[in-house]
Design a protein around this ligand. Structure first.
Ligand SMILES: [Zn+2]
Length: 255
């Protein structure tokens, strides 16, 4: 696996249009991919091989949907199903607009390069980590779904948070916890059906934004469950989660 600092440096150099000579001077032996003119080939997580648009389907679309899951429109949640339909197109357009790209709803080089800039080699968005989303254990086991599913759900949650963070001025968002095994959930007195046990949920600290601003913004970024000030047990954090249905309650915030 390519160390992150090198990957970021390569991306920065190539992104700046610099020649490859300085890259080879610092590159690890594995960085022969720098011979490619495609910046995407340097990405340590996932590289798209072609443009995607309405009607496309498959794993490449599913990977795209994870990255734009935070752009479903107010009150909506984007399906991560590998089918590029109108909702995916609209999400891509919102993502493009958010980053000043031409909002054509077609995922091509400009869109993919922005995503590459936003993701780490483990596919998490640059401002969030698996460790932040799991303060219960190290292997995502013991929840209500398989460890792989819990981890995958947490990844989607992180991309939603990344979208929300960007919409709120790119100020740090404090994540105090996410996934819980059944045991961890019961130890903290979590609800018996808590979405924390599925990897869908994150508990946010006030940060510089405040609980209410976080709860209000979450409505625009794919969170179907939002619990905050005024809801029992949630005066000291804002809880956001994906998953089926919708339950928003933060009465002190007008939600
Ligand atoms: Zn919670």
């Amino acid at each position: 696996m390519r160390p992150r600092p090198i990957r970021l440096l390569l991306t920065a150099l190539v992104g700046a249009g610099l020649a490859f000579a300085p890259v080879s001077a610092v590159a690890a032996p594995t960085a022969t991919a720098s011979a490619s003119a495609d910046v995407g080939a340097l990405d340590g997580c996932y590289t798209w091989s072609g443009t995607l648009s309405e009607g496309s389907s498959g794993e490449a679309v599913r990977q795209l949907q994870i990255r734009v899951a935070g752009y479903p429109g107010t009150g909506a949640q984007l399906a991560i199903d590998g089918q590029f339909g109108p909702a995916t197109k609209a999400a891509v357009q919102r993502f493009q607009s958010a980053y000043g790209l031409a909002a054509d709803g077609i995922a091509g080089p400009a869109t993919f390069n922005k995503i590459y800039q936003l993701q780490d080699d483990d596919c998490t968005p640059v401002n969030f980590t698996y460790a932040e989303l799991n303060r219960c254990n190290s292997d995502w086991s013991g929840g209500k779904v398989s460890a792989a599913t819990a981890r995958a759900n947490a990844l989607v949650t992180m991309w939603k948070l990344q979208a929300m963070r960007h919409a709120m001025g790119d100020k740090p968002i404090t994540v105090n916890g996410g996934f819980r095994s059944v045991t961890c959930n019961s130890n903290v007195g979590g609800a018996s059906n808590s979405r924390h046990m599925y990897g869908h949920a994150a508990d946010l600290g006030a940060g510089s934004q405040g609980f209410c601003a976080l709860a209000q913004a979450a409505r625009n970024h794919g969170f179907t469950e939002i619990l905050g000030p005024g809801y029992p047990g949630h005066n000291d954090h804002t809880h956001v989660a994906g998953g089926d249905g919708r339950f928003w309650s933060a009465p002190s915030c007008g939600i």
